[in-house]
Structures are given as C-alpha cells and as structure tokens.
Design a protein around this ligand. Structure first.
Ligand SMILES: *Cc1c(COP(=O)(O)O)cnc(C)c1O
Length: 385
C-alpha cells in the first residue's frame, strides 16, 4: 500500500480511507465484524491469520493503516482510549527507569504519572515547557529512557520544538513519544521531526463527532520498545470494540475538512478577542504575540488547530460567569468535535494545577465563526448587568 499512496495527498487518503473495499462483498464502506474468534483448518492452521479479536479484529486494520500512512510510521495500533495508548507506552518502561515530561500537559495523564506511575517505580521529572536547557539538564545519563512531549500543550497551548526534543532524546539514548492529539496528523507529523512514537486521543479530532472513545500509537520503527508496547495492548486487551473502530474510520473521512474549518474559526476568534475589553489574554499559537508562535509556524503546517484559551479579567469567578452566559458553546470537557465546547479548566484540574484560574478553554468547532464570536461577545457584555 505504501508506494501506491506516495503521490496521494492526506485529503484523498482520508476521504477514501485509503480506498480499501470490504473484501467479502466489495461494499465501498467496510462491514462491522463483531466476531471474537476465528475457526482453524482441520490441519490446525489459521487460513486468515486471525486467531482471536484481542489483536486480530479486521475493523482495527483500516484505521490503523490510515493513521500509519498519515503519520509516516512503520506501524500503528488502535487503543480503547487515548489514556490506554499513553499508559501502554509508559508501562513499556521498567521500574527504576527515568522519564521526562513537560509541566503543562494533559491533566489526567500527568496525575497518573504523579500517583500510580511513581508508586510503580518510575522516576519522573517535569520540566518547564519551551525550555530546552531545562530538558537537557533533566536527563540522567543511562537512566532516562523516555521523553514525553505534548504540543501545543493543554490548556495554555504552549509550544515545544519537537526536533529539539528529538535531538535531546537521541543524545540520551531515550525514546521520544509525542501526544499529537491537538495538532492532528494534518498539521504536524512528529515522526518526520525525529520522534519515535506518536500518540493520539482518537476520541478528539480523529473521530470528531464526540461519540467514540479511542486512542492510537504510531511508531517510527518496530524495535524492542515497540514490541513491549504491543504486548501491553494485546495482553491487556486495551482495544476499541469493532463498532467504535468502524465509527472512528467513518469520522476520519472528514478530518481534513473539520480541522481546516476549526483552525480557520479559531484564528478568527483569536484575532477578534486579542486585546479586547474584558480579556486578559488570548492563548492561541496562531497569534504572533503567542510565546511559541515562531516554533508553531515552523512545525505546524496548514493551520494552528482549533484549541485556544481566553483568560478573563476578574479571575476565576468572572471566568465561570462568562462560561455560564455562553449559549452556543456547551459547557463540557473534551475537545476536537464538530461542536464548540467551553471549560473552566482550573476547577476541573483542582489543586496543583499549572492552569491560570481565569482561563476558559475553548474547543472551537465547525460552526460559523461569526455566531461563535457573537456568543462570546454577549457573554462578556453580560458582565455589566
Ligand atoms: C483527551 C486527551 C487525552 C486522553 O485521551 P482519552 O481518549 O480521553 O483517554 C490525552 N491527551 C490529550 C491531549 C487529550 O486531549
């Protein structure tokens, strides 16, 4: 499949899901295969190569191949969630190994590292985002085995230089894994910048319709570390059901349209509210004023994504009140769907969060940008009454 797809753009790969037909009936859309086990021949062999659906369900293969091709990797694996994908990587380490992660990153994963990860015997250093000198200083020669990076990072959208992290990982003899959920394979391909593994919460942009929980990993090479990751998935059964995998593939067929529209909308909203009354700061990598804009402009191609945050004058209470007055934005966690969402992150993350208390995280959907701007405007204006 690799050569045939070389000249094809990601847009066409996505729209046609690589063009594969259902092998049984030549249906243009794949079937759903709920079977968990496969019959052996009388001689004991497995004619289809499939044994049991914990690792051999046909519904995983097309989305995996699509993701592998989009990210330019050697192999992709689907998982039951983004978290199970992330944990499969970390649990490929051995107790006593050292890993490094940024201070600002997806909260649930950071929490797991700080609690179970530490108890389980991992040594973990958190370094300030965007600080390569601090990253280099945190490396423990011979002991550091994994660098984990998220960029742009939740929920302040600070940007890190993937190529620089890859250089430090290489010098340390460690693997670099990058959470690429927010950028999607359309805006950033970490493997092409030197990363070893890419992780996605497929629950977000890849599926895009807020109705599937799934995750994915794509590796640059099938090395020993990857073999351990694979065992974690297959032995643990951390895989989506066939219907979820089917829905995910269906969602991915419009990824390019959704990401382009969400990026466009987010840019329009960021520009409209940058410096506006009632707003302390607009956090969006697409704004020239954003700290990581130069790096983002280099490593993100075709847009800056649909995630941004607004810091509201007057602190946490004022921010909560603005969120309460929004009409089109749904007050809910998660991101990357067709509908716009708003969340007061500090109150979700609780104690120890690096998230500013006046921050509202916005997941910008594919609605009309004007409608979304008007909604935020009326919510800000409501402050007077
Ligand atoms: C949601 C999310 C995750 C976790 O994924 P789930 O599918 O919810 O388990 C990890 N990283 C980022 C950046 C996310 O947004």
């Amino acid at each position: 499949m690799t050569d045939k797809n070389k000249a094809i753009t990601p847009e066409t790969m996505l729209a046609q899901a690589l063009g594969a037909l259902d092998p049984a009936y030549r249906s243009v859309i794949p079937g759903i295969y709920p079977g968990t086990t496969y019959e052996r021949e009388a001689d004991g062999s497995y004619p289809t190569g499939r044994v049991y659906s914990r690792d051999h369900n046909p519904n995983y293969e097309q989305p995996e191949e699509l993701l592998r091709t989009l990210e330019g990797g050697a192999k992709a694996l689907l998982f039951s969630s983004g978290m199970s994908a992330a944990l499969a990587v970390v649990q490929a380490l051995r107790p006593g190994d050292h890993m490094i992660a940024p201070k600002v990153m997806y909260w649930s994963f950071r929490n797991w590292l700080l609690t179970v990860g530490k108890e389980w015997g991992l040594e973990i250093s958190f370094v300030p985002n965007g600080d390569i000198a601090a990253l280099e200083a945190a490396v423990i020669p011979g002991k550091t085995k994994l660098l984990w990076l998220e960029t742009p990072a939740n929920p302040t959208w600070v940007v890190d230089d993937i190529a620089e992290w890859a250089r430090v990982a290489k010098e340390a003899g460690a693997h670099l894994a990058v959470d690429n959920t927010v950028a999607t394979p359309l805006l950033t391909n970490p493997l092409k910048l030197g990363a070893d593994i890419v992780m996605h919460s497929a629950t977000k942009y890849l599926n895009g319709h807020t109705d599937v929980l799934a995750g994915a990993l794509i590796t640059a090479k099938e090395d020993d570390f990857w073999a351990r990751v694979r065992v974690n998935r297959n032995a643990g059964g951390a895989i989506p059901g066939p219907f979820e995998a089917w829905l995910l593939l269906r969602g991915m067929r419009t990824l390019h349209l959704r990401v382009a529209r969400a990026s466009e909308n987010a840019m329009a909203i960021a520009r409209h509210f940058d410096g506006a009354k009632g707003i302390r700061a607009v956090l969006y990598p697409g704004l020239e004023s954003h700290e990581g804009h130069k790096i983002a402009a280099r490593q993100m191609t075709g847009g800056f994504g649909g995630m941004m945050s607004l810091c509201i004058d007057g602190g946490a209470e004022a921010a909560m009140a603005v969120a309460a007055r929004l009409k089109l934005f749904k007050r809910a966690t998660s991101l990357g769907g067709i509908e716009s969402l708003v969340e007061h992150r500090a109150s979700i993350e609780g104690e120890g969060t690096p998230c500013p208390p006046d921050l509202l995280r916005l997941s910008i959907g594919i609605e009309s940008a004007d409608d979304l701007i008007n909604d935020i405007d009326q919510a800000l204006e409501g402050r007077k009454s």
